[in-house]
Write a protein that binds this ligand. Structure first.
Ligand code: NI
Length: 290
């Protein structure tokens, strides 16, 4: 017992030495705004120095297509087939901290974790991270959707996504847009982009009706938007001369089983190359060549 205590204390000390501590707190007004409107915009979640450092690391992950073999790299808007000649228009990396562990020891992560706990309580934990890079001039729009439309319909989710641009985010390069108070809806009907079941990206069925009353949230580099997993959101195409880099962290309580059944027909119809790669990686013995 005594030994266990000693090692636990040592680990706590080590963590406090390595992990930056949080330097940010939401005000009561910001917390109330998030719960009422389903989103929030904040001007800084990390330092300018850290943004520069993360930018280089982020671009390297996309240049090397980190996690491609195991289904952690995909294009949201195409058939995402390696034989297709065109460059991806909306490349995404799932779990980037798996390929760049430095991402877990950042001011950004410490602050994101602290504010997520302010929103959902002390049992709130890190759920996953991902990154979406819109290439200069050719980056596609991310259509109107709710994040929960991608998830298991048998479960209810209690999550917040914290979206951080690593350069300025503008209407021209694809900043976030939200429909205020849409987090009070259940998941609305979606379909794969272009009604093509080979495409991973989803879109709501009536985007023009849904977008009524939406608000754009331009941000400086290292700012952040927060949104609930049911909040309707969108980013426009990147028509600017530079890439739009967004790093996204999801926090929340574990999902809970729903009492009422629902079906996400759009997921049942999908058959994507990304899914094939993920399944193949799960079946592959760990030491097999890839
Ligand atoms: Ni989303």
């Amino acid at each position: 017992m005594f030994e266990w205590l000693e090692s636990f204390e040592w680990l706590e000390w080590l963590e406090s030495e390595i992990m930056p501590s949080a330097t940010l707190q939401l005000t009561p007004d910001q917390i109330a705004f998030f719960h009422r409107e389903g989103y929030l915009s904040i001007s800084a979640i990390t330092t300018a120095d850290e943004v520069v450092q993360l930018c280089g690391l982020y671009d390297r992950l996309f240049e090397t297509r980190a996690g491609r073999d195991v289904g952690d790299h995909l294009d949201l808007t195409s058939h995402d087939d390696d034989s297709e000649a065109q460059a991806p228009s909306l490349p995404q990396i799932l779990n980037p901290a798996k390929y760049a562990p430095e991402l877990a020891n950042t001011h950004l992560r410490a602050n994101a974790s602290a504010i997520a706990r302010q929103l959902f309580g002390p049992s709130t934990a890190f759920r996953f991270d991902h990154a979406i890079r819109k290439p200069a001039r050719t980056g596609a729009a991310t259509p109107w959707h709710q994040d929960e439309a991608y998830a298991d319909p048998a479960l209810d989710y209690h999550e917040v996504s914290i979206w951080i641009p690593l350069q300025e985010a503008t209407v021209e390069n694809g900043c976030m847009w939200f429909v205020p108070r849409s987090h009070t809806l259940d998941v609305v009907p979606h379909h794969p982009i272009g009604n093509d079941p080979r495409i991973v990206g989803l879109e709501v069925d009536n985007p023009d009706a849904v977008a009524t009353g939406s608000v754009a949230c331009p941000l400086p580099p290292g700012g952040a938007t927060l949104h609930h997993c049911r909040t309707l959101h969108y980013t426009g195409p990147n028509i600017s001369a530079g890439p739009r880099r967004a790093y996204i962290l999801a926090f929340g309580a574990p999902p809970t089983r729903r009492e009422s059944l629902r079906r996400f027909i759009w997921l049942e119809q999908q058959h994507t190359n990304w899914h094939e790669r993920s399944l193949a990686a799960k079946k592959r013995p760990r030491d097999a060549p890839t």
